[in-house]
Write a protein that binds this ligand. Structure first.
Ligand code: AMP
Length: 490
């Protein structure tokens, strides 16, 4: 019997979807929660006994569907079942409807209890980074609150204020220590300094989250980054049995008792780039026991909650086996592609090109902190537009960036894209690639927009390709510089 619905984030695939939940499904969830802890326990000891988790969590209020059944995000349902004594964030802060008040309080309570914290993290890497950025802007205020034992006036949420009244008391020594740490010129290794007993950072950092790992590694210097699970609103899928493995090498071992998994083979047509070339009529679904190492597949699930042969939209590659159980690396979201004229640029293609281009900024003291893209077809031929948010290291402002470098970044991106793109550029089927540099905080505004539309902050994944007009307007209104590739890459 259906007991409720889960809502997917909808940030990667468009509209949030409702997924059925049954009691049997919930049981599987409980089993999964305990299973996923065991690899970390093997390497880091029993975290639950050692101290607290400083985990940034954001719940969304439940909504009532026309059927009368409630719907909540999968993370929201999970947060209702956590044991509060294991976390630094009181439940009221997790359920606070204002994301900024929630984040401020979660950081505050994480700092107050910093000597007890044994892991730092969030569901996705992007949220960990958002937490650090927020801390960069608010540490003085947080220290003042810790010093005085009083919560800032702008925190008006009664749940947060009640929780604070139970925890806060003036602690000038702790405030001075934190102030000294945050006041230093470079924030390299700041997580380790602020939470000295932390054993690892826990967050998903594969797939679209891969773009955040370099920056998080800078802030956590030396602490392992552990990407422990692969799951979606449709089904729970797998766990990472090697928590110490590099984020780029992480594989997830599928748990065959969580759902019935089938796989649609995906052809690897283009050199170094995976293109979907699946004709459903003549492509057989492959069972979990029959997948082949090195082959890419699109994941298809049938669940005890009622989904039948549901295409999740993720492309995975078989990387090996644990005993007889296949292990998968996350490759890409199927539908995130740029396409002017059937050249079909995938998420992986885009990521590779951005990685090549952003390397030009690094030696000059600038870091690319966020990017996304879209195809601008308002003029003919259409062209790729990249939105870049750039941060200067050690107090530099991105306005100091030499425009020539940005033009070079455009060229470098085009050179790094696949052959079909370059041929199309040469033939003027695609116009010159454009980079629009946006103000600091633009991607936070983008996230706020998605959150205001119903996405849970915990499940938010920045889209690598913008599809909504409103989201586009948010970024376009914050552009501070536009640069174009000067010549065809071939
Ligand atoms: P949602 O539907 O909001 O629950 O989001 C689920 C989606 O998040 C999946 O279909 C994947 O695209 C992505 N995702 C979840 N876990 C991982 C992971 N470990 N690595 C990469 N992407 C992931």
């Amino acid at each position: 019997m259906l007991s409720k619905f889960k809502t997917s984030s909808g940030t990667s695939g468009g509209q949030p979807k409702l997924m059925p939940v049954t009691a049997q499904y919930n049981k599987k969830g409980e089993l999964f929660d305990s299973l996923k802890q065991s690899p970390a326990m093997r390497h880091f000891g029993d975290i639950n006994q050692a101290g607290k988790r400083m985990e940034l969590m954001f719940a969304r209020p439940e909504i009532e569907t026309p059927s009368g059944l409630k719907a909540a995000t999968v993370s929201t349902s999970k947060f209702t079942t956590i044991l509060p004594e294991l976390y630094t964030s009181p439940i009221e802060t997790i359920f606070c409807p204002d994301p900024n008040q929630s984040l401020y309080c979660q950081l505050l309570f994480g700092l107050i209890q910093r000597d007890e914290v044994v892991t730092v993290g969030s569901l996705f890497a992007s949220t960990v980074l958002r937490g650090i950025k927020f801390l960069e802007n608010h540490w003085q205020e947080l220290c003042y609150d810790i010093k005085t034992g009083r919560l800032s006036d702008w925190i008006t949420d009664s749940g947060c204020r009640n929780a604070a009244s139970l925890i806060m008391k003036p602690n000038p020594e702790q405030a001075d220590l934190i102030e000294n740490i945050c006041n230093c010129k470079s924030w390299e290794g700041i997580i380790r300094k602020l939470w000295p007993k932390a054993r690892y950072i826990g967050c998903i950092c594969t797939g679209a989250m891969g773009q955040y790992t370099t920056e998080i590694e800078f802030y956590c210097r030396g602490l392992p980054l552990v990407s422990d699970l692969y799951a979606c609103s449709e089904a729970i899928c797998g766990i990472n049995l090697e928590p110490l493995c590099k984020p780029s090498d992480v594989s997830y071992t599928f748990l065959p008792n969580m759902a019935y998994f089938e796989f649609l083979p995906v052809k690897n047509e283009r050199h170094e780039s995976i293109e979907m070339k699946c004709n459903d009529e003549d492509t057989e679904l492959v069972d979990l026991v029959n997948v082949k190492v090195g082959q890419c597949y699109e994941l298809v699930v049938s669940t005890c909650a009622g989904l039948y042969r549901y295409k999740v939209g993720d492309v995975l590659m078989v990387s090996g086996f644990y005993n007889n159980t296949p292990q998968f690396q996350f490759v890409e979201r199927k539908n995130v592609i740029l396409n002017v004229d059937h050249e079909k640029t995938s998420e992986t293609d885009l990521f590779k090109a951005v990685t090549e281009a952003k390397a030009l900024l690094d030696p000059l003291g600038f870091i690319l902190t966020e990017y996304t893209s879209y195809v601008d077809t308002s003029s003919v031929p259409g062209h790729y537009v990249l939105f870049w948010e750039i941060q200067g290291k050690e107090g530099k402002h991105c306005k100091e960036l030499d425009p020539k470098i940005m033009v070079e970044c455009c060229s470098r991106m085009e050179e790094s894209l696949h052959y079909t793109y370059k041929i199309y550029r040469k033939r003027n089927i695609i116009a010159a690639l454009e980079i629009r540099v946006v103000k600091q905080g633009s991607f936070e505004a983008l996230m706020d927009y998605f959150v205001s539309k119903g996405t849970s902050l915990s499940q938010y994944k920045k889209p690598n390709c913008i599809k909504s007009e409103e989201a586009l307007k948010i970024l376009d209104s914050r552009v501070i510089g536009k640069y174009f590739s000067p010549k065809s890459p071939l």
